[in-house]
Every structure is written in C-alpha cells, then in structure tokens.
Write a protein that binds this ligand. Structure first.
Ligand code: FDA
Length: 501
C-alpha cells in the first residue's frame, strides 16, 4: 500500500493526544490524528448521539454482546446489564488477569465517558511522584493552562445545598462529618449553568438524565468541544477515525512508519494502511501506548526502547464500594451523574485515601451511598506482549492493598454512623469492595524513566509520549487534569527545542 505521510502523527485523541494536536497545529505543523473509535457527532434513531445508563444499546460499549457496567447487580439482581449487539460503542472494558480497565473509545477518548471531575493533586504529592519536574512551573503555568482550556468550573454552593439532585452528596458528607472527616468540593468540566437549567426544566436533561459512562448528549465539555475543536480550527490538523495503529517502526532515513487497520462497524478490517511521519506522538492512553511500545520492543521493531517501558503501571488505587444508610438518611430518587464532592483523607499519613462521593442514579430511593476511593496503593505491574496479545501481571493480592486502605476509612465511617456496607452491588454477596476494575489506568512509559524529563522516549529521537502512561501508577486524585497539564509542558518544550527549523 502507498504510504501516506505527514510531518507529525498523533496516535489517539484523548487528553494527551488532543493537547499535542492543538499545539502542533498552532505551530503550523501539518498533523494527522489516528483514532481507533468513532467520531461521535451523529444522532441515532432516537435523536440522540449517546444512550443513557438506564437503557443502554449498541452505542454503549466497544464490541460487546452485553454491557459490562461497573455495578454488576442491584439487590443481587442482574438488572443493571443488558444484551446489546456488537458495535464500536463508546466505552470499553479491557480484561486482564485480576484486573479490568475501563477506557473511552472515540474522538475525545476518556473525555467522552468520564465523570468530568477535574482535580489538581496536592502539590506535595505531585512532587513525590514526579521528583524531576519543576513544581513551581507546573502549578504556576501548566495546571492553570490545562484547567482554562478544559473549561473547568465549580458547582454553585447555594444551589448544591438546595437541589434534590445532590442530596446523595449531602448525605455522604453528613456521614463523613460524623466521623470527623473533611469533605471538599471537586471542580468539573460539566457545565453547571447547563445543569441548573436541566433542573429548572428549561434544558434537555443529560447529567440529570442518567447520562455519563456511555456518553453525555449535552452539558459536558468533552475534548471534541475544547482542545480538539481548536486543533481542527487551526486548519493544520486532520483526523482519521476507526483506524487502529498496530505497529510502529523506524525507516532507514529516521522517519517513522506506522501500520493501521481501518475497521467497519462490525469490527472487520476493511483496509490496512501505511503512514509515515517525522514526529510521532503517542497519545493512545496507558493501555494503548504501552501496547504499541512493548510490542515494538518485543518484536524487535524498536529494540533500543528502555527496559522500563511497560512497567510502573498502577490502578490509581481505585476501589468502589457502597454503604447502606439509615431509612431517615435518604439519598434521593433524583441524582446528578456528575460527582462534585470527595472525602479528603489524603493527609492521613497512616492511610491516605481520597474518596469520590459517587452517584447511583436509578430513579428510585435506594439509601445507597456509593464511593470510588482512590488509595495510595504502592503496588505496580508490568505489561508484556505474549502470544500476540497484551498481558498485564497485576495480581489479586495487589488489589487487596487498595481494599484494605479503603476498608480502614469506611469501617470508621460505618462505625461512627452505625451503618453497614451494601452486599448486593458487585455480583456476589461476599463482594463488598469492587477491586477488580479501574477507571484510572496509569503508567507503562513513566516520565523520567522510559522517557526523558519531557516525554521524549529514550533510545529514539522525535518519538514522544503525552498521555497517562507517563504517570507512575498513582496521582492521588482523578487524573485527567494532570495528564493534560503534563502534555502542555511536553509540547511547550518540544515545540521550542525539537521542531524549530
Ligand atoms: P485516553 O484513554 O483518554 O485516550 C486514548 C485514545 O486513544 C482513545 O480514544 C483510544 O480509543 C485511542 N487509541 C488507543 N489505542 C489506539 C491505537 N492503537 N490506535 C488508534 N487509537 C488508539 N478522570 C478524571 O480525571 N476525572 C473523572 O471524573 C474520571 N472519571 C472516569 C470515568 C470513567 C468511566 C472512565 C473510563 C475514566 C474516568 N477518568 C476520570 C479517567 C480519565 O478519563 C483518563 O485518565 C483519561 O481519559 C486518560 O487520558 P489519556 O490521554 O491517557 O488517554
């Protein structure tokens, strides 16, 4: 096949990729973005682009025959998941031994499916995780730049206190306060002005209409509305969708060669394409970038990649759990899908945990307080390319570390409130902590180990990583603001030093 060439290619279109595409385009560098998922801009038969969590259809998940929502059951009943026909839907759940990873598929990557929580980590913890990065510059320049570009905003506290849609957060806050724990508001990229109009009945419901993990039709400032829209607006950026890069190698003249498979809506490969570029940016996410690099090293295509490539992977300590409230502590039948509050016990040196107060919108009162805990789990795993597939050596014992940290915190909350855990949410009554999935895959090409201090991959020139694989397995809060800010930092440096004529 003929090789299609561009000065720069960006693989993926999530946070790290979107930043790279915009900054390259603004610098006047012709850039091609290759994304394996769909462009989500066309309404289905119901007039909506995305489906909601209550009645998921084929648009919900990436080539599955049944949805695989994080909550398996409700009152032990298999009522949550639905049969669907295989289709390039927006949410994928990738299964490894002992751990499955949720990721977004489509133009915008994880921004299409995530909870919009836009959290900047504690400066001291960032410095601990990134000892070689100048924190003054990070917190003075790149975090503010990322937050501004992403459209971060905060819920109006007065509205929060009065609306039925956040009763679930207030009830969890009360339980935390009874335990002597601190709660904090969490910023978001969901437009709270829009949400208030949803509540007032003057705008079509999205966050208030059970839309989140399978996409939001309104209100959310996903990357296709922010960074990627601006990138395309430069006139220098082109986007190819439904094309999965499967191999990267280096040509004799030092340029990059890529193989990509274009698929159709059934998943069949309809074309194998070859691309060439001078500058290659990997933004395929922790899983995607790790796969491309580990595969290239193991197959001999890029033998000079560092031995650390594929290592340093972690779950950000994710654990999900539910508590059962007393009958008088209602959480409300109406719940916004966008979390706005967390229990912040990260300063507790014995057991650092940041627990997001998560919604469980079912349309009826269920008395469940749901949480996604981020624990300071130090366990890490490594990827390998084995028998033609990506493998991850995460063990159940490594998840147990997250559980014991979450349990310590929530045992305190239960004891202070005379409440218990919910036993009916995760498939079997012996399972009260969902420790077998993560929303926050991080690592695989860690900054300063597999790359230099700016995301330049060691062993090769003009090869860059800009996504979550740079983060060493844990960042203590929801990660997308950090991924975006690090990508801004990389692009500022690369455009100043590497691409100048
Ligand atoms: P990201 O995963 O966003 O993008 C990678 C893109 O590359 C995808 O579009 C993928 O399809 C594509 N790709 C992969 N391999 C490819 C290949 N070989 N060829 C072509 N394309 C390829 N974070 C947060 O901060 N706040 C929150 O509230 C939440 N909530 C949340 C909920 C849920 C359900 C999920 C799944 C995740 C979150 N997250 C989150 C996590 C957050 O979404 C995540 O950390 C970022 O999206 C990661 O950004 P990256 O740039 O690393 O890759």
């Amino acid at each position: 096949a003929a090789v299609e060439s561009a000065p720069a290619i960006v693989i993926g279109s999530g946070y790290g990729a979107a930043v790279a595409a915009l900054r390259l385009g603004q610098a006047g560098i012709r850039t091609l973005v290759l994304e394996m998922g769909r462009l989500w801009n066309t309404a289905g038969a119901d007039g909506k682009i995305f489906c909601n969590t209550a009645s998921p259809d084929q648009r919900s998940m990436w080539f599955k025959t049944r949805t695989e929502a994080p909550l398996a059951t409700f009152l032990w009943l298999d009522v949550v998941n639905k049969d669907i026909s295989p289709y390039p839907g927006v949410l994928d759940r990738v299964h490894f031994d002992n751990m499955s990873v949720f990721v977004g598929r489509g133009v915008g990557g994880g921004s299409l499916v995530n909870g919009s929580m836009a959290v900047t980590p504690l400066q001291s913890y960032f410095a601990e995780q990134f000892p070689t990065v100048d924190v003054t510059e990070m917190y003075g320049t790149y975090y503010p730049r990322a937050r501004a570009m992403l459209g971060v905003n905060t819920v109006d506290p007065a509205w929060f206190e009065s609306t039925e849609w956040y009763r679930f957060s207030r009830t969890s806050r009360k339980a935390a306060a009874n335990t002597g724990l601190k709660t904090t508001f969490v910023p978001s990229v969901y437009d709270f002005g829009y949400m208030q109009r949803e509540a007032a009945g003057t705008a079509t419901k999205s966050a208030l209409g059970q839309e989140v993990i399978y996409g939001n039709n309104y209100g959310k400032k996903s990357l296709d509305k922010t960074y990627l829209a601006s990138a395309l607006g430069t006139g220098n950026v082109t986007l190819h969708t439904m094309e999965k890069v499967t191999a990267i190698s280096r040509a004799g003249d030092g340029t990059w060669l890529l193989t990509a498979q274009r698929i159709d809506d059934t998943g069949a490969v309809v074309e194998t394409k070859q691309y060439g570029c001078t500058y290659l940016f990997l933004g395929a996410g922790s899983l995607g970038t790790s796969e491309l690099l580990v595969r290239a090293r193991q197959t001999g295509a890029l033998p000079a990649l560092d031995a650390s490539v594929g290592t340093g992977w972690g779950t950000n300590g994710n654990v999900m759990l539910g508590r059962a409230n007393h009958l008088w502590d209602t959480v409300g039948a109406n719940q916004s899908t966008m979390p706005v509050m967390g229990i912040d016990d990260w300063a507790n040196a014995d057991n650092p945990v940041f627990a997001e107060i998560a919604p469980l919108p079912t349309g009826l009162e269920h008395w469940v307080s749901l949480y996604l805990a981020i624990t300071k789990n130090p366990e890490r795993a490594a990827f390998s390319w084995t028998n033609g597939a990506l493998k991850l050596n995460w063990s159940a014992a490594q998840s147990a570390v997250s559980v014991s940290m979450a349990k310590k915190l929530f045992d305190r909350i239960n004891s202070a409130n005379a409440t218990i855990y919910r036993y009916d949410l995760f498939g079997s009554s012996s399972k009260i902590f969902a420790d077998d999935f993560t929303y926050h895959p991080l690592g695989g090409c860690v900054l300063g180990r597999s790359t230099d201090n700016y995301g330049r991959v060691k062993g090769y020139s003009r090869l860059y990583v800009t996504d979550g694989s740079l983060v060493p397995g844990n960042i203590g809060v929801n990660p997308f603001v950090t991924i975006t800010a690090l990508a801004e930092r990389t692009m500022a440096r690369v455009l100043a030093e590497d691409t100048a004529p």
